[in-house]
Design a protein around this ligand. Structure first.
Ligand code: AMP
Length: 396
């Protein structure tokens, strides 16, 4: 893997694709700067070498039009504050103005370009647009893991204009190494926990990871399709009727791969999909009509805990209950505690993809696991075994 650590950026201008697609409030103030903080090591390495940094990113979905609300001028102060020095801003990303600002940049300085998606060519992966961008820097660095699954001009196409001077940033490298550590070099036993609402969105992941894992914990809404396929009575719980045969097929494939599958044995059931409804605990194979399972029961939590404390590598994607409602968050909290404990005992734990990342942040588990991925879709596609265009372009 070719990272920025393989190059000395002295007197070079590094064009760095970052993912500053940050959440903002109605005054357009940044409400969570995690994505900016995440690229700090990359920026510091380039500046410490004696180079300068030109940051390029998208923000929101302006769909190829210049729209003030999506301008990066609204986030430049936050970027300066996080990176600890003044960041210059130019209200274009290609053309004379951008080229002038880039050429005037001195070693040690940082420049932020205007939103790439003000040009429709960005998302189309247009070569002409990518070539214009490439003129701004001497080297291309991709540190935007969150958009690495897109073959856009600035994430993939641009790399062809930098023969030997294209590199992964340190955030990208960390993300790719974390996936590698689980799926290719994972110390055994390797346990994957898959939760969330639907089997259909996780099927490719399951198929791809089976050869790499020893244990598969299935929880959340998707577990009910398996329980029903196995003959259980699931009441009004979430189910994908058309995926019942597929669930059995997955269980068969797991067996072929000698993967032990752990399904919940009990559930917290509710009369309605709402936090304050009547609730009780039930055998997951015998949920009464009119009730639905919204969280893992206590026996299941204990069983998952035993598996996790005996694991050396852990991958977690998807909550195992409706954690957004406090009365049904207990199972996912218990799971978070088990993963934290296993990590303390020396296991490597990776949390990746969408809602489990939101959970980890919201409930304060970020420091208790080994790595929390910053890229939702990109992480999911990596787990599905796909080569990300943004990664392939650097590796070429
Ligand atoms: P996904 O985006 O597929 O990972 O699904 C995440 C969502 O699954 C979260 O919003 C959870 O609330 C939801 N979820 C987890 N467990 C259940 C369940 N038992 N019934 C319905 N939804 C669930």
């Amino acid at each position: 893997m070719k990272t920025i650590n393989d190059f000395n950026f002295k007197d070079k201008k590094a064009l760095v694709r970052v993912d500053f697609n940050v959440p903002q409030d109605d005054q357009l103030k940044v409400t969570d700067n995690t994505r900016i903080t995440a690229v700090k090591p990359t920026v510091e390495k380039i500046l410490n070498d004696g180079g300068s940094v030109i940051l390029m990113t998208h923000l929101g979905r302006p769909k190829g039009e210049v729209k003030d609300e999506f301008s990066l001028k609204h986030i430049v102060d936050e970027v300066s504050s996080v990176l600890g020095q003044e960041v210059k801003f130019v209200d274009e990303c290609i053309g004379d103005k951008a080229e002038k600002a880039a050429s005037e940049l001195q070693p040690g300085e940082i420049l932020l370009l205007e939103n790439l998606r003000f040009h429709s060519e960005e998302e189309k992966g247009d070569e002409g647009f990518a070539e214009k961008l490439s003129k701004l820097g001497d080297a291309f660095v991709n540190d935007a893991f969150g958009t690495a699954h897109r073959a856009h001009a600035s994430t993939a196409v641009i790399a062809q204009y930098f023969n030997s001077t294209k590199f992964f940033g340190l955030l990208m490298a960390k993300e790719l190494q974390a996936i590698d550590k689980v799926l290719r070099k994972g110390e055994r036993p390797v346990t994957a926990i898959l939760g969330g609402s639907k089997v259909s969105t996780k099927i490719t992941i399951i198929e791809n990871i089976l050869p790499a894992i020893d244990n598969l914990i299935i929880g959340g809404g998707m577990a009910f399709t398996f329980i029903k396929a196995l003959g259980g009575k699931i009441g009004n719980s979430l189910v994908e009727e058309d995926k019942l045969p597929l669930a059995l097929e997955i269980l068969g494939k797991a067996k072929e791969n000698q993967v032990k599958v752990y399904l919940p044995s009990d559930a917290i059931i509710a009369e309605a999909f709402n936090n304050d409804t009547e609730r009780k605990e039930a055998d997951i194979y015998a949920i009464p009509e009119g009730w639905m399972g919204l969280d893992a029961g206590h026996k299941s939590r204990d069983q998952f805990n035993d598996v996790l404390l005996n694991s050396r590598t852990i991958l977690w994607n998807g909550p195992i209950g409706v954690f957004e409602m406090s009365n049904f968050a207990g199972g996912t909290v218990a799971l978070g505690d088990s993963i934290a404990e296993a990590t303390k005992l020396g296991a490597f734990s990776l949390v990746g993809g969408g809602d489990s990342v939101a959970f980890v942040k919201q409930f304060g588990y970020g420091d208790k696991v080994s790595y929390v991925s910053t890229g939702g879709g990109a992480m999911l596609e990596s787990l599905e075994g796909l080569e990300l265009p943004g990664v392939a372009a650097i590796n070429k």
